[in-house]
Ligand binder design. Structure first.
Ligand SMILES: [Zn+2]
Ligand SMILES: [Zn+2]
Length: 471
């Protein structure tokens, strides 16, 4: 996988930046900001989490804006104390993606060396267009020329809030659309939405019932960049509720079967599927998820959900999750209830733990392997045993998969005032559909507290597993 670069901007920071940068007199404006690194398997992202506004006298704004050394020094020092990276951000008077002027190159390359040596992280340069479009680049030491710094452009700048707005760099990432196959889809929401869809990198974690349907739905809708994460293989007992799984697929890795179906059924022009046959708590899978713009959580175990919840907050990657609970009588001869819940979690949304979709103690039991230990499970109480029972029906999963994809589409197709969706429930026995806009994270929620910290949370969620143990 080619190394790529990106920036994540929480929407309140994006708003603060635009408020500061857009001047009534139309002159250029600048500021410094701090970022947390987020290191994926092949994508390095800067999560901007603090703006350092200039004081009076910190910069000159006459046509081309410039900063005074004191402002730079103050900002670099703050970055060093807080162990964060430094970003220099300015605005241009034109709309759309902005390249650098000669002055921009001079200014940014001139401070790249000092920034790297003090903070240990590469300088990030960002330019806004007057319409709010973003371009960004990191500055690395040049291999060819001693003591000089060279910029590498970011593939995207992601603004994350009620909506997910991604500013792509067209030079690095071109849209991938098959016009004829997507005629009706494009006519539903327009070409520019479809271009974004074809460039979003989506992880699907868990390719059982719901995951296989989410994959099919996204592939048909024209999504083109997939990361599939699942260690498991299909068994005969999966066939009643999994999409595209035929008799001949029994015994095959789920990621291989789903990957093949995506390529065969997908409507985008160039489809890439990265297959990760590991659990999300293994380093390679965890870091592959950090390469993505959105993650679908199609897992049913509490430990996996805990990790995905962590990724949603720490790394500012929206996670779309769904869960089905089927209740039967004691002898499994009669259905008593079936309910499913769908929620998108992450920045400024209530988390899976506060929504009671997992608990820390159940995640620990799962982590220790006790949920797979028949002896332990025999003595465990009903609520724990229900976690691994997995009663389910194709049509239930299909509804969940569809609602999950609708949550994603809301974030990228709808305007901000319509986009916000929290938790949705469906009750099969009463045919009631509900949603809950009131729930919030608890005040002392751990996940809320690590929002946007990226690699700087101080917690390592994944395990290092020796390759020899994987056989
Ligand atoms: Zn400029
Ligand atoms: Zn919470």
């Amino acid at each position: 996988m080619k190394q790529t670069y990106s920036v994540a901007l929480p929407s309140h920071i994006n708003q603060q930046l635009m408020d500061h940068l857009k001047r009534d007199d139309g002159d250029e404006e600048l500021c410094f900001a701090l970022y947390n690194p987020s290191t994926g398997a092949s994508r390095f992202s800067a999560i901007i989490d603090e703006i350092i506004l200039p004081d009076e006298g910190d910069r000159q704004v006459h046509g081309n804006v410039s900063f005074n050394p004191e402002y730079l020094e103050r900002s670099i020092q703050l970055a060093q104390i807080k162990q964060k990276g430094l970003a220099i951000i300015h605005i241009h008077p034109g709309p759309g993606f902005q390249y650098m002027s000669r002055d921009d190159v001079r200014a940014e390359s001139g401070i790249a060396g000092a920034t790297k040596s003090v903070t240990g992280l590469p300088l990030l340069g960002m330019t806004a267009g007057i319409d709010g479009a973003w371009s960004a680049r990191f500055w690395f030491r040049s291999k060819a020329k001693k003591r000089s710094y060279k910029n590498t452009w970011c593939e995207s700048v992601r603004v994350i809030g009620d909506t997910l707005k991604i500013h792509f760099n067209n030079d690095l990432l071109k849209p991938s659309i098959t016009e004829e196959a997507l005629l009706r889809t494009i006519s539903a929401w327009g070409r520019s939405v479809q271009e974004d869809i074809s460039r979003l990198r989506i992880a699907i974690v868990g390719l059982g019932s719901v995951g296989s349907m989410v994959a099919e739905c996204l592939a048909r809708t024209g999504f083109a960049r997939f990361v599939l994460i699942d260690f498991d293989r299909y068994e005969e007992k999966n066939r009643d509720r999994s999409m595209n799984v035929k008799r001949k697929h029994i015994g095959m890795l789920k990621v291989d079967v789903a990957g093949q179906a995506i390529k065969q059924n997908g409507t985008a022009n160039r489809i890439t599927v990265e297959k990760i046959p590991f659990s999300i708590y293994e380093e390679s899978a965890f870091k592959a998820a950090l390469n993505c713009d959105v993650v679908f959580s199609c897992v049913d175990r509490p430990h996996a959900r805990q990790i995905l919840n962590f990724i949603a907050y720490a790394h500012l990657i929206p996670v779309i999750d769904g869960g089905i609970l089927v209740r039967t009588n004691k002898t499994n001869t009669r259905l008593v209830g079936a309910d499913w819940k769908i929620q998108t979690v992450g920045y400024e949304r209530p988390c899976l733990e506060c929504l009671e979709q997992f608990t820390g103690s159940l995640a620990n039991l799962d982590k220790e392997g006790l949920l797979d230990d028949p002896k332990y499970m025999q003595g465990a109480d009903e609520s724990i045993r229900r976690l691994v029972s997995n009663e389910n029906v194709f049509a239930f999963s299909m509804n969940v998969a569809s609602l999950e994809v609708l949550q994603l589409l809301s974030m990228i197709v709808l305007p901000q005032y319509q986009a916000r969706l929290k938790q949705q429930f469906y009750h099969f026995t009463t045919h009631q559909f509900e949603d809950d806009h009131e729930k919030q994270c608890k005040d002392n929620c751990f996940y809320k507290g690590i929002t946007g910290l990226g690699d700087n949370t101080g917690v390592i969620m994944y395990m290092h597993i020796m390759p020899s143990l994987l056989e």
